[in-house]
Design a protein around this ligand. Structure first.
Ligand SMILES: C[S@@+](CC[C@H](N)C(=O)[O-])C[C@H]1O[C@@H](n2cnc3c(N)ncnc32)[C@H](O)[C@@H]1O
Length: 282
C-alpha cells in the first residue's frame, strides 16, 4: 500500500529536506509552496493539517520543492512577490523586488511628493513606479527598462492594480534618458561590481537576470550615467533618488555633487546599511 502524505507530514519532511540543501527558512517556503498547490492561504493549511494529499497534488508539490532545492528563488516558483503591500507578478525576466528598496520609495515620497512627472529608470517588475503611483494620485509615472520581457511583466502589474492609465512602461536605456523635465527621477540600477557576481548566493547568481545585477567594473557605471544626465533631465527643484549597494554611498554622493546636484542626502535601511542617495537640481 502506498504511503499516505498528509499536509502536516509533507510540511515536516520538506522543511528537513530544504534544510539539508542549505536553505534557511525552509518551513515557510514549504508552507507557501503547498498553499499554492492546494489553492489555500497559510491559515487554510493549518486548518487542514490532517488532509491527505491526492497524487496529482503531491506530484505538483514535489516538482516545486525540487526547483526550490536547486536554489531557484521562491518568488519565481510562486510567480509573485509583494512590494509596498502590492502583490506583484514576477518571472525570471525581472529582479525579485526587495524589502530594502521600500526605503527608496519612502525617501522619494519624502522629497518628491509634489512631483507630477516621475521617471523610474530600470523599472523591472514596475515595483517602484507602481508604489509611487499608488501613493501619489496626481503623478504621471514612466518606467523604462532595456528588457522587453521585464516591461511586459510591469505592464501586467500596472493593469492588475488599475494604475495603467497613470503609469506607462517603455523600452528605454539609461544611457539616454527620456526627455523631461522630470519632477522626480528614481532608480534602483544594476550595481554589483562585475567580478563579485560569481560570489553571490545561488538564488541571485544563477537565476536573477544578469542585466539587473551587473554594474560594470566597480558597480558604479549606472550612477555615472544617471548623474551626468540629471541636471539636463530634471525640472528646477526636481530630485534624483537612487538605491545604492553596500559601501557605495560616498562615491555616489560625490558623483551627484560633481554633476551639479545639491542638498545631497543619504538614508540607511532597517539593517543600518546606507541604501539611498538623493540630490536636488536647484
Ligand atoms: C536592480 S534591477 C531593479 C528592478 C526594479 N526597479 C526593482 O527595484 O525591483 C535593475 C533593472 O535595470 C534594468 N537595466 C539594466 N541596464 C539598463 C539600461 N542600460 N537601461 C535601462 N534599464 C536597464 C534591468 O533590466 C533591471 O530591470
Amino acid at each position: 500500500m502506498s504511503e499516505v502524505w498528509t499536509v502536516l507530514k509533507i510540511l515536516q519532511w520538506t522543511e528537513g529536506y530544504l534544510g539539508d540543501k542549505g536553505i534557511e527558512g525552509g518551513r515557510l517556503d514549504a508552507q507557501l509552496l503547498l498553499a499554492k498547490v492546494l489553492g489555500l492561504d497559510r491559515v487554510g493549511l493549518y486548518l487542514q493539517f490532517d488532509r491527505p494529499l491526492e497524487s496529482a497534488e503531491l506530484a505538483a508539490f514535489r516538482e516545486m520543492v525540487r526547483r526550490r532545492a536547486r536554489r531557484e528563488p521562491l518568488q519565481y516558483i510562486l510567480e509573485k512577490a509583494e512590494f509596498w503591500s502590492l502583490p506583484l507578478r514576477v518571472s525570471p525576466a525581472v529582479l525579485v523586488p526587495r524589502a530594502d528598496t521600500e526605503v527608496l520609495v519612502e525617501e522619494a515620497l519624502r522629497v518628491g511628493s509634489g512631483a507630477e512627472t516621475i521617471l523610474d529608470v530600470g523599472t523591472g517588475s514596475g515595483a517602484i513606479a507602481l508604489a509611487l503611483a499608488s501613493e501619489l494620485p496626481r503623478a504621471r509615472v514612466e518606467g523604462i527598462d532595456l528588457s522587453s520581457e521585464a516591461l511586459a511583466i510591469a505592464q501586467e502589474n500596472a493593469r492588475q492594480h488599475q494604475l495603467h492609465e497613470r503609469v506607462v512602461f517603455c523600452r528605454g536605456d539609461l544611457r539616454a534618458l527620456p526627455q523631461g523635465p522630470w519632477g522626480l527621477i528614481v532608480s534602483n540600477p544594476p550595481y554589483i561590481p562585475a567580478a563579485e557576481i560569481g560570489a553571490l548566493m545561488p538564488e541571485v547568481r544563477d537565476y536573477e537576470p544578469r542585466l539587473a545585477l551587473d554594474g560594470g567594473p566597480d558597480g558604479l557605471d549606472a550612477y555615472r550615467l544617471l548623474a551626468s544626465q540629471a541636471t539636463g533631465s530634471l525640472a528646477p527643484g526636481g530630485w534624483l533618488v537612487v538605491e545604492v549597494g553596500i559601501g557605495q554611498a560616498q562615491a555616489v554622493s560625490e558623483l551627484f555633487l560633481q554633476s551639479g546636484l545639491s542638498n545631497i542626502f543619504t538614508r540607511s535601511d532597517y539593517a543600518g546599511v546606507v541604501r539611498v542617495v538623493g540630490g536636488k537640481k536647484q
